[in-house]
Write a protein that binds this ligand. Structure first.
Ligand SMILES: Nc1ncnc2c1ncn2[C@@H]1O[C@H](COP(=O)(O)OP(=O)(O)OP(=O)(O)O)[C@@H](O)[C@H]1O
Ligand code: SF4
Ligand SMILES: [Mg+2]
Length: 324
């Protein structure tokens, strides 16, 4: 399906480097993608591939080294001071560790009110009503629990409180970074259901970052797969799971779907460690772990190319069903 809507978020050639000289690491090494209004884009890949750095660069918690980020037509990278703080209210990030991201010595109604108090956008009784409403929306009774301290809540409840706080300024984009990874499986499902409900109610657009493809599958419209700082495949979730085009995606799915005998993807489980982003391989970054690598793969870096409508793969020899 060719996309005709305007994207809410447009990221072009995003690069984020850490360190200098011989110690320079390109954690994000030229990433481009778009997210359309109301869409959930999943971002997956092994630990250290640059997922969190990408999310933090979008929020400018970490400064991008180069590239462009456009949110709803506004150039995020060019913003400074109040304009930057203003644009940050339109996107919010939820982190992996819900307990440490909340101040344990604050009452939860004050935690949820933090953005409102900071911006003085809503005050007095209106503020209290809004906070109560937000807590109720995430399944926490404000009358019973509003005055309790964050330290009195479990991980799942803290993540609910984080979600309530993130919604206070009515953001358009929510960046969820491993938001359920630290939770028990049953609690994960509750939080994901809550997120889905709130997404519709608040008209949210989501970037859902996780290393677990199985979790991402259930929530994403499209999925981007990252390897060593680059996107190697992006496409509609169903297509990508049923017919992965990049050998790395197939390996990731193989690992995630081993227990499913009906899966169209079997067998191979990814071996070896990814190379250091300080010294990525020439040509295709995946070639040191790819069973299909040829000389061409060492010489020429493959670029993302469309293999089916909306499905892009960066591989000289993209997979099709039944091959490789
Ligand atoms: N502040 C930093 N200084 C130096 N290097 C960093 C910094 N933050 C991240 N890195 C490096 O950048 C790379 C990408 O890290 P990042 O945290 O974005 O990965 P990730 O995909 O989110 O991994 P995980 O699944 O473990 O959360 C890694 O090699 C990491 O060591
Ligand atoms: S370009 Fe070559 S090394 Fe890279 S994934 Fe494709 S076949 Fe493997
Ligand atoms: Mg991370």
């Amino acid at each position: 399906m060719t996309e005709t809507r305007e994207p809410l978020l447009k990221v072009q050639d995003l690069v984020v480097t850490f360190g200098m000289g011989h110690h320079e690491v390109a954690a994000v090494a030229g990433v481009s993608f778009e997210i359309f209004e109301g869409e959930t884009l999943g971002l997956v890949g092994e630990s250290g591939c640059g997922k969190s750095t990408t999310g933090k660069a979008l929020m400018r918690i970490i400064e991008p080294s180069s590239g462009t980020i456009e949110l709803d037509g506004t150039d995020v990278v060019a913003q400074k001071g109040k304009a930057l703080r203003n644009i940050r209210t339109r996107m919010q990030m939820i982190f992996q560790d819900p307990i440490s991201s909340l101040n344990p010595r604050r009452r939860i109604k004050d935690i949820v009110a933090e953005p409102l108090d900071c911006w003085k956008s809503v005050t007095g009784n209106d503020r209290d009503v809004l906070v109560s409403d937000l807590l109720a929306k995430v399944g926490i009774d404000p009358k019973v629990y509003g005055n309790r301290y964050a330290r009195q809540f479990s991980g799942g409840q803290c993540q609910r409180i984080s979600i309530a706080r993130s919604l206070a300024m009515r953001p358009k984009l929510l960046i969820c970074d491993e938001m359920v990874s630290a939770l028990d499986v049953s609690v994960q499902a509750q939080i994901l259901n809550l997120l889905e409900d709130l997404k519709h109610e608040y008209g949210l657009t989501l970037l859902f970052i996780a290393h677990d493809l199985a979790v991402v599958k259930n929530v994403s419209d499209r999925v981007a797969v990252m390897y060593l700082g680059r996107i190697c495949e992006i496409g509609p979730a169903d297509t990508l799971y049923e017919a992965p085009g990049h050998p790395y995606t197939k390996f990731l799915l193989g690992a995630a779907l081993e227990a499913d005998p009906d899966s169209p993807v079997h067998g191979e489980v990814l071996g070896g460690e990814p190379p250091s982003p300080m010294n990525p391989p020439s040509g295709c970054r995946f070639r040191t772990r790819c069973p299909f690598a040829t000389e061409k793969c060492a010489e020429i870096e493959p670029q993302l190319e469309e293999v089916a409508p909306g499905h892009l793969v960066a591989c000289h020899y993209p997979l099709t069903i039944g091959t490789k």
